[in-house]
Design a binder for this molecule. Structure first.
Ligand code: SF4
Length: 179
């Protein structure tokens, strides 16, 4: 008779595996944070509306994303998150976040949800009047939901700055909400 042993993993073990997987998939830094340390501000979506050429052009951008009030409520549904620093290309970065989200779901964090960086990179053009062909993969960015990414990443020990030249090193930041 074959004896099958199941390994019971603690949440700490599962989170350590998610960190390892993120680094394997191209993350440069990952950190477990409390959702209490995610800063949501009303002014962030103002910057989308008056300053971003992508406003209204993607289903994952305002005005289609949760308002900052809704995001505050959403974050109250989660105790912790993994903040993930990575780099372009955008499709690869989003692909990594989705893989981590699925891995988190399978490991028991059934509410896991990822937030991307920037507009959805999945279609050449986003038809905001039609039906999204990949709703299971399209994820809003943190900023599109009203999260102050600068303050959030700095408060959690990461470095971020405005780029003055196109040749400077670009960082992406994503979030994996866990519970
Ligand atoms: S998958 Fe395509 S249609 Fe859906 S949000 Fe992304 S770009 Fe838009």
């Amino acid at each position: 008779m074959i004896k099958v042993e199941t390994i019971e993993r603690t949440d700490e073990d599962k989170i350590a595996l998610l960190h390892d997987e993120a680094m394997k998939l191209g993350a440069t830094i990952t950190k477990l944070i409390s959702t209490k340390n995610i800063v949501v501000e009303p002014w962030v979506q103002l910057k989308c509306r008056f300053g971003c050429t992508k406003f209204g052009k993607y289903k994952t951008c305002p005005p289609y994303t949760p308002t900052y009030q809704e995001t505050r409520e959403l974050l109250n549904c989660y105790k912790s998150a993994i903040l993930i620093e990575g780099q372009p290309p955008a499709k690869q970065f989003e692909g990594m976040l989705l893989k981590l989200e699925h891995k988190a779901n399978l490991s028991g964090f059934y509410k896991a949800f990822s937030m991307n960086a920037g507009p959805c990179p999945l279609c050449a053009e986003c038809d905001v009047t039609g039906t999204c062909p990949m709703p299971e993969d399209a994820r809003p960015s943190m900023e599109a939901c009203g999260i102050d990414v600068f303050k959030t990443v700095r408060d959690n020990g990461f470095e971020i700055k405005f780029l003055e030249h196109k040749t400077e090193y670009v960082k992406y930041f994503g979030l994996l909400l866990l519970e």
